[in-house]
Design a protein around this ligand. Sequence first.
Ligand SMILES: NC(=O)c1ccc[n+]([C@@H]2O[C@H](COP(=O)([O-])OP(=O)(O)OC[C@H]3O[C@@H](n4cnc5c(N)ncnc54)[C@H](OP(=O)(O)O)[C@@H]3O)[C@@H](O)[C@H]2O)c1
Length: 308
Amino acid sequence: MKVTTRWVIIGCRGQLGTALVRQLEADPESEILAAVDLPELDVADPEAVVRLFDGLGGDADVVVNAAAFTHVDRCEREPESARRANADAPGLLARACDRVGCGLVHVSTDYVFSGEIDPEQARPQAYREDDPTGPNSEYGRSKLAGEERVREISGEFLIVRTSWVFGRGRNFVAAILGQAESRHRGEAKGALRVVDDQCGRPTYAVDLAGGIRSLCGLEAVGTYHLAGGGEASWWELARATLDSAGYTDVVVDRIRTSDLDLDAPRPAYSVLDCSKAAEQGVRLRDWRAALDAYLGSEDSPVQLQALS
Ligand SMILES: NC(=O)c1ccc[n+]([C@@H]2O[C@H](COP(=O)([O-])OP(=O)(O)OC[C@H]3O[C@@H](n4cnc5c(N)ncnc54)[C@H](OP(=O)(O)O)[C@@H]3O)[C@@H](O)[C@H]2O)c1
């Protein structure tokens, strides 16, 4: 007889958290014991974490930490807040999970890598799980510190690095659609300007949630890369978004990262090699197909706009 898996989702109203909760609610073999986010639970507050675990009474099988301070430029300006949410909180969760003997899935990022392109190399190489890290932003440093806290406590926990996430909520695809719409309404003018010198793997939160559940089903432990298939520049992602959503007339100029006055540096090539997960049969679909699915979903800003 199949036993029900009992889950706890931290960061349940973020892009990934929302997708996970929906999938688990629809799965007869899963039960959500708790789904929490700010403001009701600050996962960087040690007493709040103790209260959460006391309330669970040792019944949880897997805790997924989908909570993070994900505003990359704000992390640069507010490094203490970044450390609290992205490094201290995973440490607290890992300790609590270890104490009660339940699994932990901690989600991390491609920004733990430098993403610098070696001019000697003909083609940059995608990052494998055991490649040397070297974050160049506070966001990346704080997320790497979070991974390290988790690993220090147990090698049996699952760390999933992902990249360029879009789903329900704040994300690049939604921002591009908002800018296109403001041009259609005549509230803004001129071409959009999007960088074409950063390359990564766009990832649909729904696919990521499915991949995480598959890895959990396989009882995977250690570090895994999990991101959408293919790779893109932000310009390519913007163009594909506009074309798929019917904003073909909106012009997007290609610019360089150095043209923007950003607080945090960005990796130029942070493509994750996802072959370790693929070898176990866990592979996310190509980002273009995933983008179309997102744009047609109830979470798409295009659908939300049509309803408003
Ligand atoms: N978004 C990306 O492009 C991307 C790329 C690579 C990796 N990741 C990683 O993937 C994971 C999921 O990202 P996501 O895109 O789903 O993030 P998201 O949409 O920003 O959601 C994160 C959630 O965590 C909450 N949160 C922040 N600090 C918290 C705290 N101290 N206690 C409790 N909850 C807190 C946030 O609340 P507020 O909104 O109120 O702050 C938000 O609801 C994160 O680990 C992130 O680092 C994301």
